[in-house]
Design a protein around this ligand. Structure first.
Ligand code: SIN
Ligand code: FE2
Length: 198
């Protein structure tokens, strides 16, 4: 089992800006929205998705669904470059069916959580960081256990798989102006998953 794998600088500058251009188009078709927790608290990140399924959260709970919560439209397709990363590092046979796009603006963070809304935890979660550097925190599979801090910079790819598939993780903060990639600043994180049953 591979556990947590970090591939620093896996995407070069050109690959990063190509992805940002692809994401700009996706965000036109599937606008960013601000989800709320089941308790009604708004997230500090804005989100959208691409792929057959998208992760959403509202008063009814966390779930994957096939349409955008505001427009009601199907999500746009996952960019080919992301499918290729998944095939290389996660599964060469079964493609991902969901890609969550998180946009961290000024002050945004993400509390410690597990990714557990997917049907089959045998598939890892592949994450791509773009733009400003994030201070990522990762622990074990029990809440309240020991954690460590890892910086995720633009172009870094990381994978949560095997024994770390259900590790608690989150974003403590994003370091403003640490990258010039995204006009207007901020950070984009992409997480590719196999969400539906295989
Ligand atoms: C997430 O866990 O959904 C996001 C992680 C990240 O932003 O790197
Ligand atoms: Fe997560």
């Amino acid at each position: 089992m591979t556990g947590f794998q970090l591939l620093p600088g896996r995407l070069d500058r050109q690959a990063q800006s190509d992805l940002v251009a692809a994401l700009d188009k996706i965000i036109v078709a599937a606008p960013l929205f601000t989800p709320v927790t089941p308790g009604g608290q708004p997230f500090s990140v804005r989100m959208t998705n691409c792929g057959r399924l998208g992760w959403v959260s509202d008063r009814a709970g966390y779930r994957y669904q096939a349409h955008h919560p505001v427009t009601g439209l199907a999500w746009p397709a996952i960019p080919k470059a992301l499918l290729a990363l998944w095939a290389e590092y996660v599964d060469s046979q079964v493609p991902p069916d969901a890609c969550l796009i998180n946009l961290y603006g000024q002050g945004a963070r993400m509390g410690l959580h597990q990714d557990r809304d997917e049907a089959d935890f045998r598939f890892g979660v592949l994450s791509v960081s773009l733009g400003d550097t994030a201070v990522f925190r990762i622990g074990g599979t029990k809440r309240g256990g020991k954690t460590r801090s890892v910086r995720l910079s633009s172009g870094d790819v990381c994978i949560l798989a095997g024994e770390d598939r259900l590790a608690f993780h989150g974003i403590d903060r994003v370091i403003s102006d640490s990258s010039q990639l995204i006009s207007g600043g901020g950070r984009i994180n992409l997480t590719l998953r196999k969400a539906g049953a295989p």
